[in-house]
Design a protein around this ligand. Structure first.
Ligand SMILES: *[C@@H]1O[C@H](CO)[C@@H](O)[C@H](O)[C@H]1NC(C)=O
Ligand SMILES: *[C@@H]1O[C@H](CO)[C@@H](O)[C@H](O)[C@H]1NC(C)=O
Ligand SMILES: *[C@@H]1O[C@H](CO)[C@@H](O)[C@H](O)[C@H]1NC(C)=O
Ligand SMILES: CC(=O)N[C@H]1CO[C@H](CO)[C@@H](O)[C@@H]1O
Length: 350
């Protein structure tokens, strides 16, 4: 009887979890986690959202600390097994704010203090090659099932588009993407026109190559969308003591809130338009110049490209994002709920 009951319970649990997984959004993240902390907010949201099936994280900046810090965050927030790739050749460069002398370095500190996941401290060389990881994960996915959230530079995506058939799939990159990807979500550019770091900051011809030749559904989140939506303050003040996401924000911002380009983009990638966003255009396409500036072209014959705008005020978006980040940090934290003072005392005794 007990056996029957327990097998019934496990059957129900199994059905429940497989249905849950089947309806979860299959997501690949491409991040430049390094020179801004908002990538951490975005990773935190994706790692803890029940509606996401996180498949892989690709890092598009070549510091070894970027890859290891991504591994730390994923492991801490419940995903020690997610594969991570990084662009080569690797360096050990650390961030220094030579723009304003205001912002701090966090990637190496997160990597050092929270070792874990698929890339332990010192093991960035073990990271996947971005193109191979993209090709593996895409080839193993059902058709038109994968969302890619690009919250940094587009070098890896460019290389994916140009890739040839390999052991994972005979399809060339462009055909593989056309078959497997349902939507590309890009934090980059400015709308309806302008100039933004993710597009010009590393290699603008590669950006132009990806965006100007992208033939499938794509949604853009521009500089103007996230710049005035500030977040991180509640995460720093009210987050679990000594968790890597709050500490990254503290090290980087010294306690101020930060523009929310990447976490806002991730909210859209996870939940779609919801109450927070709407499409700002009904037709047209994004064009990126060789110098990385971009412009929206009002072509009525093209209708699978959109850029986002807020449906709510910036203050409302900020409050919602603060709430989501805080909930996310508490949800999967592996830290016992000790107060900060007790945490410092334990640390001194250790
Ligand atoms: C980075 O530092 C590690 C030691 O922490 C060292 O093994 C590795 O060779 C360094 N890599 C580069 C590119 O300097
Ligand atoms: C951008 O990438 C292309 C293709 O890899 C390369 O030929 C070019 O030199 C790169 N440009 C810069 C500024 O690094
Ligand atoms: C980039 O190129 C476009 C098109 O040639 C030009 O209009 C724009 O002024 C350029 N921007 C910069 C910052 O050089
Ligand atoms: C490891 C890898 O595939 N890196 C590629 C990422 O993208 C850049 C730009 O396209 C290529 O030069 C790298 O080879």
């Amino acid at each position: 009887m007990l056996n029957l009951l327990s097998s019934l319970i496990s059957l129900v649990l199994m059905l429940h979890s497989s249905r849950w997984r089947a309806s979860a959004k299959r997501l690949i993240i491409d991040t430049d986690l390094f020179s801004d902390v908002d990538d951490i907010g975005a990773l935190l949201l994706a790692a803890t959202s029940p509606s996401v099936d996180l498949l892989a994280v690709n890092v598009n900046f070549p510091s070894s600390y970027s890859a290891i810090a991504a591994s730390s965050i994923l492991a801490y927030f419940g995903h020690p097994d997610i594969p991570i790739s990084i662009l080569r050749p690797l360096t050990n460069v650390t961030f220094f704010d030579s723009w304003f002398y205001d912002l701090g370095e966090y990637a190496s500190k997160v990597a050092y203090h929270w070792p874990g996941g698929t890339l332990p401290w010192g093991r960035a060389d073990d990271a996947w090659d971005p193109v191979s990881l993209y090709r593996k994960v895409l080839s193993e996915s059902p058709d038109h099932s994968v969302t890619i959230a690009s919250i940094g530079f587009l070098d890896n995506l460019s290389a994916l588009l140009d890739s040839k058939g390999d052991a994972h799939s005979p399809l060339p990159g462009r055909e593989l993407v056309g078959a497997k990807v349902s939507e590309l979500v890009v934090m980059g550019g400015q709308y309806p026109q302008g100039r933004e770091f993710n597009f010009y900051g590393r290699n603008s011809s590669l950006t132009a190559h990806v965006i100007n030749s992208w033939e499938w559904p794509v949604v853009f989140s521009g500089f103007e969308l996230g710049v005035g939506v500030k977040s991180g303050k509640r995460l720093m003040l009210e987050g679990p003591p000594n968790n890597p996401a709050s500490m990254a924000y503290l090290w980087y911002t010294y306690g101020s809130s930060r523009s929310s380009w990447d976490p806002l983009t991730m909210l859209y990638a996870i939940d779609g338009l919801g109450d927070m966003f709407e499409y700002a255009n009904t037709f047209g396409y994004n064009h990126v110049y060789e110098n990385g500036s971009n412009i929206w072209v009002d072509d009525e014959t093209v209708n699978k490209q959109y850029y986002l705008r807020l449906r709510v005020s910036e203050d409302e978006a900020s409050a919602e994002l603060e709430r989501r980040l805080l909930d996310a940090a508490w949800l999967r934290t592996s830290n016992p709920q000790v107060g900060t003072q007790e945490w410092f005392m334990r640390k001194q005794q250790a």
